[in-house]
Design a protein around this ligand. Structure first.
Ligand SMILES: N[C@@H](CCC(=O)N[C@@H](CS)C(=O)NCC(=O)O)C(=O)O
Length: 226
């Protein structure tokens, strides 16, 4: 019997994927034990397991719960929150607060990845434009955070999970694009430091130095780096 059939909860993931980290953080916050299966030859080749469980997008992460696949990281986190109700809730119950959390998580996914791609794929002035764009999005998030310890208020929740999974990537991009996150977004740095104190977060995020090496390798491959 394979581990997918044996284990009640399985995550198909890829070590550098922020979306995979998102799911791992949510499961750890809820104290759910799971089997982790790394995509070995990703992204060049998807495993048969991934193709079977995410035939539409062929992307990680996938959560498999009692044999049933759940795709898309934000939807997976919501599913985790609703399925394992014991402990505290990652999403607010109040419909308006829930809407706000969904809005900001959506903002994060619409913009942060786009900003980092501009830095990754470009050089010179165009890369600097990417840095400005990314910093613009981060400043919007910093304003939304305001003086609160977490985006929800007092407790770590859905929006924190949505954003913190990008944080070590942003550190790697700050090295690549030679900018200081602290100088432009000091409150976000304090917030991230708090989030990193949680074992759920620190264990789920890839090392920024390893991310940086992968970014450089990719830039060499596409010819924007010598
Ligand atoms: N919207 C998806 C995005 C997932 C995603 O883009 N995953 C990347 C890894 S970070 C992937 O599987 N890429 C492979 C590909 O695009 O072929 C989610 O939130 O789960």
């Amino acid at each position: 019997m394979s581990s997918v059939e044996e284990a009640e909860v399985v995550v198909l993931g890829w070590w550098i994927s922020m979306f995979t980290s998102r799911v791992r953080i949510a499961l750890a916050e809820k104290g759910v034990k799971y089997e982790y299966i790394e995509e070995e030859n990703f992204p060049d080749n998807e495993s048969l397991l991934l193709l079977k469980h995410n035939p539409i997008y062929k992307k990680v992460p996938v959560l498999i719960h009692k044999g049933k696949p759940i795709n898309e990281s934000k939807i997976i986190v919501e599913y985790i929150d609703e399925t394992w109700k014991e402990g505290y809730s990652l999403l607010p119950y109040d419909p308006y607060l829930k809407y706000q959390a969904a809005f900001w998580a959506d903002y994060i996914d619409r913009h942060i990845y786009k900003g980092t791609r501009m830095i990754l794929d470009l050089k010179g002035e165009e890369m600097e434009k990417g840095v400005e764009e990314l910093l613009g999005y981060l400043k919007v998030l910093e304003r939304e955070l305001g003086e609160k310890p977490y985006f929800n208020g007092e407790s770590f929740g859905f929006v924190d999970i949505a954003l913190i999974c990008y944080y070590n990537h942003i550190i790697a991009y700050a090295t690549l694009g030679t900018f200081s996150i602290e100088k432009h977004c000091p409150k976000l740095v304090i917030w991230a430091t708090q989030c990193m104190k949680r074992e759920s977060v620190s264990k789920a995020l890839p090392d920024p130095n390893k991310i940086y090496d992968v970014l450089i390798e990719y830039r060499k491959k596409i010819g924007v780096e010598d």
